[in-house]
Design a protein around this ligand. Structure first.
Ligand code: SAH
Ligand code: SF4
Length: 340
């Protein structure tokens, strides 16, 4: 953000309390403002009708309420809807609304672009611009909430960017979604490529969220081919950090495994994966590859996926398969990209 003026969206109730105190107002005003921001989804300060006109004027001088602009909407046949959002500095990000029968999820971005350049991902192709603030991440959820009459129940941090390379803002946004918006921590999922030191940091927070690790290969050589950055984070260190994480949180880790035809989907690779994960409190989520036009990867056949899955299950590993959503409008995992 360019200006040093307070941004209301992104402040929690205690921070709002400090702000209202500095303006000579009683502390209950902070709870009123928090309700306008996170419950009533206010578009501006003028809307906050239970604050006096005089206080609203003084508040507007001390603080801004910036909201993202919806600049494009793509709705897929299955109801999945991709939103192109424009931020205060005109940068654009994508967020996805995923309505299911029993819940409504939102997939949020945490950065404008991504610096990590995984070989299979469209986000990496456009490069990295900047981190999102906590307020901007929460705004994605609030803005999409305005677009549906149903209540958003789940948030997955699986959009553009690597959440654990924007640690402080992401952590704050998780707390805001939980404490101010009122979404249970257990309904928040954070997906990371596996930034080991940040996983250790997150472990001691003991949050009840679901941690998802983009594993995609059971050995360092293959992982590096797909995700060059992981040369910094060897697999044995990553697995050690994951074990520590489950010790601290007692939460099952999800290992995401993107199946790429002829690359990481052989029976032998499946067997390596079972020995890597033996005895861990975890499950494996098999992800069908979503094709990105300019990239060379393809999906394996159903039979090959089934054979891979059977090897894991025989070894006692809990396996889930990701439902395919939003393909027709490039709103699926790994298809979000930076647009100017
Ligand atoms: N940067 C984080 C979170 C965003 S990506 C991460 O990498 O985990 C969310 C998930 O989508 C990751 O598991 C990622 O590997 C996966 N993904 C990336 N490109 C994909 C594609 N083309 N098809 C399917 N999944 C993809
Ligand atoms: Fe970045 Fe995740 Fe895409 Fe890799 S898969 S380039 S870490 S967004």
């Amino acid at each position: 953000m360019s200006s040093s003026i307070n941004q209301l969206l992104g402040m929690n109730t205690p921070e709002l309390e400090e702000l209202v105190a500095s303006l000579g107002e009683k502390s209950f005003r902070s709870r009123q403002i928090a309700r306008w921001l996170y419950q009533k989804n206010a578009a501006n300060i003028a809307e906050m009708s239970d604050l006096s006109a005089d206080f609203r004027t003084r508040l507007s001088k001390a603080a801004n309420l910036c909201r993202a602009q919806v600049v494009n909407i793509d709705r897929a046949t299955d109801g999945t809807t991709k939103y192109l959002l424009q931020l205060e500095d005109n940068q654009r990000i994508e967020a996805v609304l995923l309505p299911y029968e029993d819940r409504v999820s939102v997939c949020v971005s945490t950065q404008v672009g991504c610096a990590l350049g995984c070989r299979f991902c469209a986000t990496g192709v456009g490069g990295f611009v900047r981190n999102l603030t906590a307020g901007e991440i929460v705004d994605e959820v609030l803005t999409l909430q305005k677009e549906t009459p149903r209540s958003i129940s789940h948030v997955v941090y699986m959009g553009m960017g690597e959440p654990l390379l924007n640690y402080d803002n992401v952590l704050k946004s998780l707390h805001l979604l939980n404490e101010e918006v009122g979404i249970s921590m257990r309904r928040l999922t954070l997906s990371t490529i596996g930034i080991t030191p940040a996983i250790r940091r997150l472990a001691v927070e003991k949050l009840q969220l679901t941690l998802a690790i983009s594993l995609h290969a059971p050995n360092d050589a293959l992982r590096r081919q797909l995700m060059p950055i992981v040369v910094k984070y060897p697999l044995h260190e990553l697995i050690k950090a994951c074990r520590e994480y489950t010790d601290y949180t007692h939460r099952r880790i999800t290992f995401e495994y993107l199946l790429l035809d002829g690359v990481n989907d052989s029976p032998d690779t499946a067997r390596q994966l079972t020995s890597l994960l033996k005895g861990m409190l975890c499950s494996v989520n098999l992800i069908p590859y979503n094709v990105v036009a300019e990239l060379p990867f393809r999906r394996p056949t159903k039979e090959r996926v089934q054979a891979f899955r059977a090897i894991l299950e025989k070894a006692g590993i809990v396996v889930t398969q990701r439902m395919e959503r939003g393909h027709s409008v490039s709103a699926a995992c790994g298809q979000l990209r930076r647009r100017d």
